[in-house]
Write a protein that binds this ligand. Structure first.
Ligand code: PLP
Length: 329
């Protein structure tokens, strides 16, 4: 039987709005406030948190993003996240819709509009709508979007008992794409799905030279056999704001003798396998101990002291350090 256009409803604007609301009520979300330069303001109804399908970010992945934490009514380390955002924009040849100061004001204002004191702040820059071509449409207006939401949550068990990671079978991104926080996360998504399917908590990319790369949305670090905190170089993985901050904060652990040295260098898998501790670091996970990597126990197979000490330092910095912006609710 031939299908005719009458078999499908052509929707009115009101019906579309009702469908968007119905979608959200079938699948509730923790999205509290959303700014869109395309809408020209903030919405708090998740049904209205939308982007045109022909925005280049949607159909070609020509967009970038970043995520900062909201802790007890203060935004943590936003300047470091904005630095990386602007670097990613430049590498992606994206035009900015406004100045850095205006972006910061919009981020703070959207957070205030959410009324929430704890959560995550993710913001995107898109190259804009107007065509389905490869290059941005003539006259495409870059889009800026800010979402205040509940954040990614991880099981308490990961911190108490540690987690298990597997070496992914997916190739690591080429360095230019790995250091740019673009919306192209297919390898990262596939890696995490693969790990979960295989009974692990997450995956780890290894580079073509046999050095450790990073995890899905987190960096990986080690405590070497001789007690040094060792982090892979940032030339072929994302410069994690959490890692960079922890490498500074860890100096106090060196002074206390908790770690012998702090090193940023290539970490060959063969060396990493002998590590005392293996850690995941990131804005959402903070610091979590890995106790198993593929079929090898890490260290003595229990969460280690450096992991716990780094988590304490980060928690303190997020609550009372000098990188906090109070939100004017
Ligand atoms: C691929 C990747 N690596 C590492 C990180 C950790 O970065 P950050 O500490 O800034 O959250 C993230 C998260 O943004 C990521 O997506």
């Amino acid at each position: 039987m031939a299908v005719s256009s009458r078999d499908f409803q052509v929707l009115t604007t009101e019906e579309v709005a009702a469908q968007l609301k119905a979608l959200r009520s079938r699948q509730p979300v923790n999205y509290w406030a959303f700014y869109s330069s395309q809408l020209g303001g903030i919405v708090t109804d998740p049904a209205l948190m939308v982007i045109p399908f022909d925005d280049h970010m949607v159909h070609r992945g020509h967009g970038i993003f970043d995520t900062a934490g909201l802790v007890d009514g203060k935004i943590y380390d936003l300047e470091a996240h904005l630095d990386r955002f602007l670097l990613s924009a430049d590498r992606s040849k994206l035009r900015l819709p406004c100045s850095r100061d205006e972006m910061r004001d919009i981020i703070i204002g959207t957070t205030a509009a959410s009324g929430k004191r704890d959560g995550s702040i993710r913001y995107w820059l898109s190259s804009g709508p107007g065509s389905l071509e490869l290059t941005p449409a003539a006259g495409a207006e870059p889009g800026f979007f800010v979402m205040i939401f509940g954040g990614l949550s991880y099981p308490e068990r990961w911190y108490r008992e540690g987690l298990k990671v597997m070496t992914t079978t997916y190739p690591i991104k080429a360095p230019l794409y790995a250091i740019t926080k673009a919306t192209n996360y297919l390898p990262n998504v596939l890696m995490q799905m693969e790990a979960k399917q295989a009974g692990f908590d997450n995956g780890v990319f290894i580079d073509d030279d046999g050095n450790v790369g990073e995890s899905s949305n987190m960096n990986v670090a080690f405590v070497s056999r001789d007690g040094a905190l060792v982090h892979p170089k940032f030339d072929h993985i994302l410069s994690g704001c959490t890692s960079l901050r922890l490498l500074e904060l860890a100096r106090v652990l060196k002074e206390q003798g908790v770690v012998k040295a702090i090193e940023v260098r290539d970490v060959p898998v063969a060396e990493a396998r002998l590590a005392r501790e293996m850690l995941l670091l990131g804005s959402s996970i903070k610091v979590a101990p890995i106790i198993q990597w593929d079929d090898h126990a890490v260290g003595d197979g229990k969460p280690g002291p450096v992991s716990a000490a780094l988590l304490r330092l980060l928690d303190e910095d997020m609550r009372s350090g000098d990188r906090l912006i109070p939100v004017p609710y």
